[in-house]
Design a protein around this ligand. Structure first.
Ligand code: HEM
Length: 507
């Protein structure tokens, strides 16, 4: 008898849950169906067969022209309302409509744990406050020499290529150089990764582990949705390789943290406490909240891995497109070179110092326009924790939304019909004053904007100044125009080569 009662209760609870889920899906869909939708969605495959994320982003560009505020993208049977206009995006990023990060970010969980990119609510608030110091101007100032050191290694390699008349595979070299920067600024680890392979442990090193993680995240995000189901992924043939990579990255981070903790404790005991941080790790170890509590080792490992994940490919990709645009539009290259020549004057070194960065006004315009044309992070997403009414349609709590930064940046109703033209003057202060502050979102905006924005901009400025002082860049005649691919970042599909012609320049 007792088992029958349990059975009835169990079935009732199950049916109740099923009905509740069904009700949620139906009410969500009922609302979503009222939003504009690009034509031709198949009942089963949705827009998939139209190739919404195909390289080159033609579908995205055509769609934003026809649907300049919001539209529904059907990914198979799953609808995703996509926001493409400052008016529809702003309420989410400012928090005027309550929302949180979506399940999309869970794909990074094994790598970055509860690091800043993923964490939510009170934990995010506390950690963002604690980490703000890690990106304070005084800390960033100490990284400028590191940016110079790393780009000098790259310039040495470029010198050799130029002497042999060979072009440079820009993305490949910039990924290595950026990784060099990350290892030095995060751990003060001078890895020589630009010129030789990193030491391996059990067949794996930090760079190859990061590459493996990025590959799997992309695979799950864009190519094989089945693998987003955790238990299916864990049973898949690739999982052991993935597991080895994230376990290695977490082990390395924790080992670095423990070693550094010991070093700092030894220093304190020897009466020589650390007063200024030397790198990101020091800033983490020195961080304290208002109750005097700092990060745990686990939390620090999360943030170190977040730094590697969020700060690596994003910056390398942004610089890749920037160098491409400079090669394609030599008039802007010349203007930046003139700006840098004037800043360096008759100094006997080309090394850029922090004070120079604020004087690179024209460089900043070109950097921003390049990031508008091709932003490294093309798509972010959120889940509503309060209803959101867009153009008369109320989306219920629980709806997942996409914020399509690439489409926003090519929305003709925001940037004009000439949005495909490379025009750095768009970012002149007088033009910017007329723009909505949420029209340019390469680093997002609002409280969850990119904490590494200034770090990235400083690094890019140093790299560009040093490279243009030494080389004239041009496209390789006959090479096809590069095509961007929607991965975690917008990388060129095939290697992008740029021709180098050595000019003057000192070390
Ligand atoms: C050009 C290079 C970069 C671009 C285009 C970029 C872009 C972005 C974007 C769009 C977001 C918002 C993500 C979202 O809402 O889901 C973001 C967040 C973030 N970025 Fe960056 N980023 C860059 C460089 C960096 C660097 C160098 C670091 C660290 C060293 C970094 C660390 C972070 C972190 C920790 C967050 C999460 C912030 C939070 O949620 O509080 N980023 N970035």
């Amino acid at each position: 008898m007792i088992w029958q009662v349990f059975g009835i209760l169990f079935v009732t609870a199950f049916l109740w849950k099923l009905l509740a889920s069904l009700n949620k899906i139906l009410s969500e869909r009922g609302a979503i169906r009222k939003l504009p939708c690009p034509p031709g969605a198949h009942w089963l495959f949705g827009h998939q067969k139209q190739g919404p994320f195909d390289p080159g982003y033609k579908w995205l560009l055509d769609t934003v022209k026809a649907f300049p505020r919001v539209f529904t993208l059907w990914q198979g049977v799953l609808p995703l309302p996509v926001l493409v206009h400052p008016d529809t995006i702003k309420p989410l990023l400012t928090g005027a409509v309550a929302n949180t990060k979506s399940a999309f970010y869970d794909l990074f969980a094994d790598w970055v744990g509860d690091g800043l990119v993923r964490s939510k609510s009170a934990k995010w608030k506390r950690n963002r406050r604690l980490l703000t110091h890690s990106f304070h101007l005084d800390v960033l100032r100490t990284y400028t020499p590191v940016f110079n050191d790393c780009v000098e290694v790259l310039i040495g390699k470029m010198d050799q290529l130029a002497a042999q008349g060979k072009p440079i595979d820009v993305n490949h070299e910039l990924v290595l150089c950026t990784f060099d920067v990350i290892l030095r600024t995060a751990f003060s680890y001078k890895s020589d990764c630009q010129v030789q392979a990193l030491p391996k442990e059990d067949g794996i090193d930090v760079l190859s582990a990061c590459d493996t993680m990025t590959w799997f995240i992309q695979e799950r995000m864009f190519h094989n949705k089945l693998l987003t189901v955790p238990w299916i992924f864990r049973l898949s043939s690739g999982y052991p390789k993935y597991k080895k990579a994230f376990e290695y990255l977490r082990k390395i981070a924790k080992r670095g943290i423990q070693d550094r903790k010991k070093e700092i404790t030894d220093k304190i005991e020897a009466g020589d406490p650390l007063t200024t941080p030397r790198d990101f790790l020091d800033t983490l170890l020195m961080a304290k909240d208002e109750d005097g509590n700092g990060f745990t080792v686990e939390e620090m490992a999360d943030e170190v891995n977040t730094f590697m994940f969020a700060g690596h490919e994003t910056t390398a990709t942004s610089m890749t497109w920037l160098l491409y645009n400079l090669a394609k539009y030599p008039e802007h290259q010349t203007k930046i070179r003139e700006e840098v020549d004037e800043i360096l004057g008759d100094r006997d070194s080309d090394r850029i110092i922090t004070k120079d960065l604020n004087r690179m006004a024209y460089t900043t315009l070109v950097m921003k326009e390049s990031m508008r044309m091709m932003t490294a992070g093309p798509l972010v997403s959120r889940v509503l924790t309060a209803p959101y009414t867009i153009d008369g349609v109320t989306l219920p709590v629980g709806t997942m939304l996409g914020i399509s930064i690439h489409q926003l940046h090519h929305n003709p109703s925001v940037w004009g019909e000439d949005h495909m033209e490379f025009k750095p003057s768009r970012f002149l202060p007088e033009n910017l004053a007329k723009m909505d502050p949420f029209a340019f979102l390469s680093f997002s905006a609002g409280s969850r904007n990119c904490i590494g924005q200034q770090f990235a901009l400083n690094k890019i400025k140093v790299f560009v100044a040093r490279i243009l002082r030494r080389f004239r860049l041009s496209l390789v005649p006959g090479d096809p125009a590069p095509v961007a691919n929607m991965t975690v970042v917008s990388k060129p599909v095939i290697p992008l080569y740029i021709r180098l012609q050595q000019i003057n320049g000192k070390s």
